[in-house]
Design a protein around this ligand. Sequence first.
Ligand code: SF4
Length: 370
Amino acid sequence: MSSFKDIFDRHSWDLEKESIYGKTAADVERALTSPARDLEDFKALISPAATPYLEDMAQLSQQLTLQRFGNTIQLYAPFYLSNECQNICTYCGFSLDNKIRRKTLSDKEILAETAAIKAMGFQHVLLVTGEANRTVGVPYLANAIKQIRSHFANVSMEVQPLDQHEYEELIPLGLHAVLVYQETYHKADYKKHHPKGKKSNFDYRLETPDRLGKAGIHKMGLGALYGLEDWRVDSFFVALHLDYLERTYWQTKYSISFPRLRPFSGGLEPKVEMTDRDLVQLICAYRLFDQEVELSLSTRETEVFRNNVLKLGITSMSAGSKTNPGGYSVEPQSLEQFEISDERTPEEISELLLKQGYEPVWKDWDLVLE
Ligand code: SF4
């Protein structure tokens, strides 16, 4: 059966890089004025040639976002269930070779965390685990979703990639969205960063969104981890992937995130720096390319950056995040996946949004709609 891999294999990293870096001011101006932007326009918008046009891009991006999403920003909280992981990833605190105490929440602990997250006002949660099939495989995830489903309006998941039939098992339990980032689309570098474990299988991960689409998921999230490789080329491949998925699984909604490498226990220095200015350019480029896609900004980013950028195309934000299992109430001291940057409470984020003329959305979906 066909999948994104067929398209991916027809593209060369080096040729795409050359094409992006070869874009001119004329290409950027054409992309800015085009009524329907294609992948060539997207390349122009993320190219170095577009940097003098950042103000124009930002204004257009803000306008398009307001038209489609109004003055709203959706708020969600990550809900870490486990830090057990059988993979080695060079950039992550949960990596198998990192000698930390491992922790997986029990049923009782899941309910205690649920109460703590609900007390902060959240109705949307993102369940997160490492990739450990035996301890946090499908039976564990199914049990966790069943336990928390009636407490939240919306449950998303960021865990190991699964088979299609496994997604088909979890979706009827109330799983609304799945996030799966390719980390980098540079196949050789991907191998260097994922030397051991199931995650070292580049193609299996690449085809995960296809399996999700076939399973009929409501929404899926894509992205690259910035710092591993050239951000412009990785972003082009994310856009190529998004474009293919939207055409193929048109009933599914899509979101994009922009995680930049953050310090963690055992630390990897980013190979490539993505500056704040670069990230602004990228957020605007995605919005100009795709008016429907949701764009999400996490607490990895600093307070100042989040304050300034939220109006330029962002539609959802996390707040008050803990990136360790049990971090909200059960075991605040367990090891976090990475350090967060914006430490403000959900109320502070909510006040900031109201001050900027936005409505913080805690809930945009109800169980009765299912
Ligand atoms: S990034 Fe995911 S798979 Fe890799 S070590 Fe961390 S938790 Fe495990």
